[in-house]
Design a protein around this ligand. Structure first.
Ligand code: PRX
Length: 645
């Protein structure tokens, strides 16, 4: 861990919304008087009926309840679109860059308004009403943003499913929130390859029937349309008006559901509501990225993840920003694509994930250095811990030592960034997410929940609510309470390990539960295990993460076969393909070890600690194995390990 300090450059502090003194003052106010602080900053968005109550939250295990601005009413799409028309109707709202470098377009706020109104009327014409859930399974095309905002406009609740998920995963997420309408495209386009989105929806709908499938034409590929259920978006759009009055929504009405993996069971539907979420997403976007009018801002995430929700669509558009939306991948047509797009659109603020940085670092400096990147002013990182080597390369080579890096720690559950530098206020240490955002009160506890003071290491909790926090697990409030508030009663448990140094800086060390972070994508080991055991030749499986140079963590699967099955390489491939088709390519095991036995306690519990050590190839210190039912299995596991340094 590097302790090199990068002080705030004077010109950055001068331009920034806050310098260090202001940060300290605002932070103090935000935690000492949250009602006063958020009552003031809650006014940054437009309310139809202003709120009179600000914070009404309880972390009491027996009564977890989170409400912000509860008696206010608003419409999120009116905040992201309509309210900018008078002042910036002709300003680009979205710059869209296609997978193919020859394709791009600019959508102004006026155009965005028209598109969102039309999309909203198409949804209404298909029978979608306030409170209904709508599943969105789209590639990174402007229609994804239109569809989200159209849902928000009519008060429907969107649930976006990342286009890389399989038909089964999609079906599960359609069923989970009983959505009756799916918005998709004929095909997606990523890195020159087609993604069969509509065909996947057809398969999903066999398992989880829906009333309507709205299909956006992207590639013109050959697809099947089911009479009475499937419609082309462009045909429906031609039939409706381009005016749709925004629905008046209560601050605590749901805005979206987003499924995310946990340490147990199937993915949870994280529910975010309207008022607090938008206040928090827009405020963090402005302060963390030090966004000023006229800046061109690019977040490379996909709208299928929370980063795309908060920092491609809702935060930036609520701020009247210009947000760039990229359909492709960092390595197509070659590994200098990101830097070329930055030059093409004069991007000032660039926000990406460590996995992409590490991959591009491996492609060599020439691919970066042949581009100008003079427009860049600020860099951001999100999704997983950034190792100091990648940080330093990002800083020196991409940002040419002039762009501060904001390493932003947050989660699907938190709605927005919680721990992060502010560019004009915070001296940087490579690898540290540094200090809490306004209103965020992190603490570090030991396994028993005792607060650890000063420089220390332990489990990261948050002691009180902030406006962007998730409100519940859709349809299962008890699961919400059990997952986040039961481990340490009265505290929100993040699932992350964390170190705090002598300057009070936070260093996230990674998940301490059975969640792994593969290329910044969150995956539950239980989900991968359940996909593996659904294969007829598999009797048992245990999945753990292991350090991976590019992906951060790789997926290591220990598989016990059914009696009489041959452990061949062909079967390994078959199992990888099986997981891909059950969950999606992001869940593909990197390494599979056939293991006749797994290390279990006498009560039958798998000792994952041992499996993790072997997967990491660091088995010298396996700890106490005497409680194992059959200690001999460990030797076999070590002898046949797949990850040898
Ligand atoms: O382990 C942390 C890691 O990603 C987890 C949250 O994943 P997800 O809900 O998919 O959201 C990702 C994008 C916000 C966290 O529990 N994580 C996220 N950002 C960082 C991080 N770990 C270290 N540093 C970060 N900046």
């Amino acid at each position: 861990m590097s302790e090199t300090i990068f002080p705030v450059p004077a010109e950055v502090a001068e331009r920034a919304h806050v310098d260090n003194a202001k940060y300290l003052e605002m932070y103090k106010q935000s935690v000492e008087n949250p009602d006063g602080f958020w009552g003031e900053h809650g006014k940054r968005i437009d309310w139809i009926k202003p709120f009179s109550k600000v914070k009404n939250t309880s972390y009491d295990y027996h009564n977890v309840s989170i409400k912000w601005f509860e008696d206010g009413t608003l419409n999120v799409s009116a905040n992201c679109v309509d309210r900018h028309l008078a002042t910036r109707g002709d300003q680009p709202a979205i710059i869209w860059e296609g997978d193919d470098p020859s394709e791009s377009k600019v959508i102004t706020y006026k155009e965005l308004h028209r598109e969102v109104n039309i999309f909203a009327n198409v949804l209404k014409a298909k029978g979608v009403k306030k409170g209904d859930r709508v599943t969105i399974y789209l590639p990174m095309i402007p229609e994804a943003a239109y569809a989200m905002l159209a849902c928000a406009r009519i008060g429907a609740v969107h649930s976006i499913v990342f286009g890389g998920f399989s038909p089964d995963s999609l079906a599960q997420r359609i069923e989970g929130c009983t959505s009756k309408c799916v918005i998709t495209a004929d095909e997606g386009l990523r890195g020159g390859r087609k993604v069969p989105l509509k065909a996947n929806v057809d398969k999903a709908a066999d398992k989880a029937p829906v009333d309507a499938v709205i299909v956006v034409k992207r590639t013109g590929g050959d697809i099947k349309m089911t009479e009475g259920r499937d419609v082309w978006y462009h045909e429906e759009a031609a039939k409706v008006s381009d005016q749709c009055a925004p629905e008046e929504m209560s601050a605590e009405d749901p805005l979206f559901i987003l499924y995310t993996s946990g340490s147990t069971g199937q993915p949870k539907g994280v529910l975010h509501t309207s008022g607090g979420y938008l206040v928090y997403a827009s405020m963090t976007h402005q302060y963390v990225f030090d966004y000023h009018d006229g800046d061109i801002y690019w977040c490379t995430a996909d709208v299928g993840w929370v980063t795309g929700h908060s920092y491609i669509v809702y935060g930036p558009l609520a701020n009247g920003a210009t947000t760039l939306m990229f359909e492709g991948v960092p390595t197509y047509p070659d590994a200098s694509r990101f830097w070329q797009v930055i030059d093409k659109h004069n991007v000032n603020i660039f926000y990406t994930a460590p996995t992409a940085i590490r991959a591009l670092m491996g492609a060599g400096n020439e691919l970066v250095e042949k581009t100008s990147r003079k427009s860049l002013r600020l860099l951001g990182s999100v999704g997983e811990p950034i190792n100091p080597e990648a940080w330093t390369w990002y800083y020196n080579v991409v940002g040419e030592k002039r762009c501060p890096i904001v390493d932003t720690w947050w989660q699907t559950e938190t709605g927005g960034i919680l721990i992060t530098p502010l560019p004009g206020a915070t001296d940087l240490k490579p690898g540290s997410a540094t200090r809490p955002f306004f209103g965020v009160q992190p603490a570090i506890v030991d396994a028993e929940g005792n607060f650890l003071e000063g420089a220390t290491e332990g489990n990261l909790v948050i002691t009180d609510s902030w406006p962007g926090q998730m409100r519940t697990v859709y349809g299962d409030h008890d699961r919400f309470v059990q997952t986040y508030f039961a481990t340490y009663k009265g505290l929100y448990f993040t699932g992350d390990g964390c170190r705090r140094d002598e300057d009070g800086y936070y260093w996230i060390t990674g998940r301490v539960d059975d969640v792994i972070n593969v290329s910044g994508h969150r995956m539950g080991t239980a989900e991968v295990e359940s996909a593996l055991v659904s294969h007829p030749k598999v009797s048992e499986a245990a999945v753990v993460g292991y350090p991976h140079d590019i992906k951060g963590q790789g997926i290591y699967a220990y598989v016990t076969l059914m009696e009489g099955e041959e452990p061949t390489d062909a079967l390994k491939k078959e199992l990888v393909n099986h997981v891909r088709s059950e969950i999606g390519p992001i869940a593909s095991p990197d390494l599979i070890q056939f293991s006749p036995g797994l290390p279990k306690t006498r009560s039958g519990k798998i000792m994952r600690r041992i499996l993790r050590k072997i997967a990491e190839d660091s088995f010298d210190n396996l700890g106490d194995t005497s409680t194992l039912a059959d200690p001999a299995v460990v030797d076999d596991l070590i002898d046949n390990r797949q990850n040898r340094h």
